[in-house]
Design a protein around this ligand. Structure first.
Ligand code: NAD
Length: 360
């Protein structure tokens, strides 16, 4: 069913608050999740509320935690995320990173042991809104691997996102924000929930054979795995996210001696660059715009309406979904309401108040 974004934010805020998240924090996390839905990434939207609630109630994620500086080397900061909520701790890390980049021209922020950061593009966009170029290597830890190494059969990684953004004065930043698997795990979950299939090269079955059935990853008999995107090249980037984001960023990779309590955690190494420190910002911006014009002027291939830049699909989705609402499938909504119940709320009254028109 189509649900207006503001309603989803309010519903998620109330559920998170009931699970023990302070009100302003709950609202910030709910905004973060719904923003992901608006940008077209349902994998990182309100469908995660049940997992967040479960992790908080189990004590794996600590909703009152704020960033701690472990080591301060000026332009380089090592930060402890303390299993705090990713949105909150992640933005605090970006604030520190931009402060240091203003002072030194560049900063390197190693953030370790933080609760699920969600859509990494949000952190890059936050930096871009303030004029900074940024790159983010992220690994995913805390639960069992889901993804094969290129050429292998066994699960060795999760979905290790990589993100990079270049600011534009009007706010239409160029944002490359992606899982290094062919698709994000949450998109396999969404396909599983909706009873549909996943695109080619996304999954393998237990024998390492290509499959488009999401039950290879979710469901009772799931024994398959995800695939890195782009053969050996995407796999190479996935490895670098593990080693740079995980080992260097948080001293915490997915190797089996590290803890796996079940809650999704991230480590992120961010490099934040102040273009002013490099040279003439106006000349940089003009060069960016000239190249973007050149890219957009390309004749689209057959069946394609126009050539896009990274970040364009999210902007288009945002406009469309802000107007029409976010489509939440019945099963995901049911899980969200179940999590509300686990957190101590009465689902029937939520259904009535938010006009959700479903039975639990
Ligand atoms: P995706 O495949 O939908 O998009 C990846 C990138 O490609 C985006 O930057 C998008 O703008 C760009 N793109 C898409 N179509 C394009 C086109 N036609 N032309 C030009 N550019 C185009 O994204 P994904 O890999 O499914 O990742 C989804 C989200 O999942 C991301 O926000 C990512 O940060 C998040 N994620 C988070 C975690 C975590 O642990 N926190 C893990 C994995 C993924």
């Amino acid at each position: 069913m189509l649900i207006p974004a503001e309603k989803l934010i309010q519903l998620s805020t109330e559920i998170l608050q009931a699970a023990g998240v302070p009100p302003a924090t709950a609202r910030a996390v709910a905004n973060h999740l719904v923003e992901a839905n608006l940008k077209g990434h349902d994998s990182h939207g309100v469908g995660l509320v049940p997992a967040y609630v479960a992790s908080i109630l189990a004590g794996h994620i600590k909703p009152h935690t704020h960033i701690q500086i472990k080591k301060d080397s000026g332009a380089v900061l090592s930060l402890e995320g303390g299993t705090g909520l990713g949105r909150v701790v992640g933005m605090e890390a970006m604030d520190l990173g931009m402060e240091r980049a203003r002072q030194h021209g560049i900063s390197c922020i190693a953030l370790g042991n933080v609760g699920h950061l969600g859509r990494i593009g949000a952190f890059a966009e936050y930096c871009a809104d303030q004029g900074f170029v940024s790159t983010h290597y992220v690994n995913v830890v805390g639960h069992d691997p889901t993804t094969i190494a290129y050429g292998g059969r066994d699960r060795r990684f999760i979905t290790n996102p990589f993100c990079c953004a270049v600011p534009r004065p009007g706010g239409e930043h160029v944002v490359l924000d992606m899982a290094t698997t062919t698709i994000a795990a949450g998109k396999v979950r969404v396909a599983y929930m909706q009873g549909t299939t996943v695109p080619p090269n996304s999954l393998v079955d237990a024998d390492g054979m290509e499959t488009n059935d999401p039950r290879a990853l979710f469901g009772r008999d799931s024994a398959g795995a995800m695939q890195p995107f782009g053969l050996h090249k995407g796999y190479g980037l996935m490895v670098m996210c593990e080693l740079i984001g995980g080992a260097l960023g948080g001293l915490f990779t997915l190797q089996p001696n590290n803890p796996r309590q079940g809650a999704t955690l991230n480590n992120m190494l961010s490099i934040i660059i102040d273009p002013e420190a490099i040279g003439d910002v106006q000349a940089f911006q003009a060069e960016v715009e000239s190249m973007i014009d050149h890219i957009y002027s390309s004749r689209p291939a057959s069946g394609v309406d126009r050539v896009r830049l990274p970040g364009d699909p999210e902007r288009e989705s945002d406009v469309q979904r802000t107007a029409a609402g976010v489509d939440i499938d019945e099963r995901s909504l049911r899980q969200i309401l179940d999590s509300a119940s686990t957190a101590g709320l009465e689902p029937t009254s939520l259904i009535q108040r938010f006009e959700l028109g479903t039975e639990v």
